[in-house]
Design a protein around this ligand. Structure first.
Ligand code: GTP
Ligand code: MG
Length: 391
């Protein structure tokens, strides 16, 4: 559904984009909203803008509190470890119990609803790396529309590298999961690889417009996409389109980027009655699209699987480095994405290394001769040891 915004609204949006100041942005968003005609095509946009405004208000509040030294809920938590994983679910499913069982965090577990009211981080050790797990305050129907702390919880999810969705097997898990997925979808966060993805990235002045279509435009032409962006006064931008995209989806991406998060499901309370049947219906509903780990935070069953499941889902590898003149390699690995090359490793070690790179020597079980002399495009695997030589 096209929004058919009048030019004044589009101009106002450009002003919104241009400012970094929270208060100014809030004021401009308010003005923008006043210029948006109300009809079916703009409903989603209005919700999105209101959401942004609410988040900005919270941000302003947070800054004020910081100045006065009063503490209050934080909007974002600094990342630690190999990845930050947001732990989401309805109330009482056992999120705090999981954090208490697998991390060092001190959390309150309670049979009362809505005990956790601000994000709580904890560190999970897996072999020689760490994952940071952040329990976010419970989701509920209406979270994405700003009910209770919903927007804060969804902001934690959006900012995280991956998600754990937790359900309670003593209740209907399908209802719980579909509610959580609905709220995530409303917040433009997808948990499975979406078929369509549109990215609009504004660039510095003079960069010009580049539209790159990896997939296919369904109901419009290149020229129409360009005209749409120009109507929003975006003359310097890179637009990437994956999968089959409609013009309306390109327009949506101008306002909020859809994000995809690698996600696993934890089905908790396997120790309760009906848990087995409930797990079966959950498996049927998910239908292999996401992996489900069945656990009991009370008895500890299944919890050991979490580390390896996260490691696999996050698609990361560990690479150990060695100085050319030393015998031992570093105990602390570099964390890289799967299929990363030696050149990416070099860039991770030091930004200078890409230019100075000459060759690398790699130790790995899969190689016939180890170490092997390799170039910058050599693909690394988990557990490899690399020694980088400079010119
Ligand atoms: N039987 C059983 N009860 C559990 C299990 N895990 C957690 N509980 C109970 O479930 C209740 C809620 O646990 P919490 O860990 O506080 O749940 P939460 O998801 O953090 O809830 P809020 O923060 O309040 O939204 C508590 O009474 C726990 O003792 C489990 O594996 N089995
Ligand atoms: Mg809790």
């Amino acid at each position: 559904m096209p929004t058919n915004l009048p030019p004044e609204a589009k101009n106002k949006w450009k002003e919104v984009q241009a400012t970094k100041n929270s208060r100014e942005k809030l004021r401009l968003l308010e003005e923008f909203l006043g210029l948006v005609p109300r009809h079916k095509g703009t409903a989603k946009l209005c919700v999105q803008v209101k959401k942004q405004m609410k988040t900005l208000r919270q941000e302003i509040e947070e800054k004020k509190r910081k100045k006065t030294g009063r503490s209050g809920p934080k909007l974002f938590l600094a990342k630690e470890g190999a990845a930050q994983i947001a732990l989401l679910g309805l109330t009482n499913v056992g999120k705090s119990s999981l954090l208490a069982a697998v991390t060092n965090a001190k959390v309150e577990v309670s049979a009362h609803s809505y005990t956790t009211r601000e994000p709580v981080p904890g560190i999970l050790n897996f072999e020689d790396i760490q994952f940071q797990i952040v329990e976010a305050p419970a989701l509920m129907e209406g979270s994405a529309d700003g009910r209770a702390w919903g927007l804060q919880t969804l902001a934690v999810a959006r900012n995280a590298d991956g998600l754990i969705l937790m359900v309670d097997l003593s209740q209907n898990p399908v209802d719980q999961l579909s509610l959580v997925l609905d709220e995530l979808e409303k917040a433009n966060i997808s948990v499975t690889q979406p078929k369509t993805r549109v990215e609009v990235e504004r660039k510095f002045m003079g960069a010009g417009m580049r539209i790159i279509v990896f997939g296919r435009l369904v109901d419009c032409t290149f020229k129409e996409v360009e005209a749409l962006l120009k109507s929003y006064n975006a003359t310097d931008a890179v637009v990437k389109i994956y999968g089959e995209a409609k013009l309306a989806e390109v327009e949506e991406a101008i306002f909020e980027k859809a994000v995809h998060k690698p996600t696993i499901i934890i089905a908790n309370k396997t120790d309760t009655q009906n848990a087995e049947d409930n797990l079966k219906s959950l498996q049927a509903y998910v239908n292999g699209k996401m992996s489900i780990i069945a656990v009991s935070c009370q008895t500890g069953i299944g919890l050991k699987k979490l580390g390896v499941a996260l490691f696999k889902k996050m698609d990361i590898i560990r690479v150990y480095t060695k100085e050319p003149n030393e015998r031992e390699y570093s105990k602390k690995p570099f964390i890289l994405r799967r299929n990363a090359t030696v050149s990416e490793l070099a860039k991770n070690i030091h930004s200078d290394l890409t230019e100075k790179f000459s060759f690398a020597r790699v130790w790995a079980k899969r190689l016939t001769y180890s170490p092997q002399k390799v170039g910058s495009s050599f693909v690394l695997e988990d557990g490899d040891i690399a020694e980088i030589h400079i010119k």
